[in-house]
Design a protein around this ligand. Structure first.
Ligand code: ZN
Length: 135
């Protein structure tokens, strides 16, 4: 029996974290073209940031709005069935994110979050908000 709606399943598939999910690749390409030096996933850092800029001590997360509950974002919809399950799951995601960001900051990293819904304009304008100017 399959209880998950097709809509949710497609999101689940899309959100499976692999090394090359598309938004991350696009952000990396942009950073590269802007001349920033970065490293890919640092597995030793809390929350495994998607991209790390060692020079600026910036840890970048490219977050899906649905899974990471982008506040006020229309993509952060609430599924209509199994509401309690989803509420609990989202609450865990949010708590885990907060803990990871906090740990990173304690280690001296700046956390920069790029939301999925911001990608289009970031790629179009070639500007990542909050990123220090390249020296
Ligand atoms: Zn969003």
């Amino acid at each position: 029996m399959d209880k998950v709606s097709p809509e949710i399943r497609s999101r689940t598939m899309a959100s499976v974290k692999s090394c090359n999910t598309k938004p991350e690749v696009m952000v990396r390409k942009l950073l590269h073209s802007l001349g920033y030096r970065f490293r890919l996933q640092r597995k030793d850092l809390p929350g495994r940031p998607d991209i790390v800029l060692p020079k600026y001590k910036i840890a970048i997360f490219v977050n899906g709005c649905f899974w990471h509950r982008h506040k006020g974002c229309k993509r952060a919809t609430m599924p209509t069935s199994h509401l309690e399950y989803w509420k609990a799951k989202f609450a865990r995601n949010i708590t885990r994110d907060k803990e990871n960001y906090h740990k990173l900051e304690e280690l001296g990293w700046h956390v920069l979050i790029i939301w999925e819904c911001e990608l289009k304009s970031i790629l179009k304008n070639r500007i990542i908000p909050d990123l220090p100017k390249k020296e």
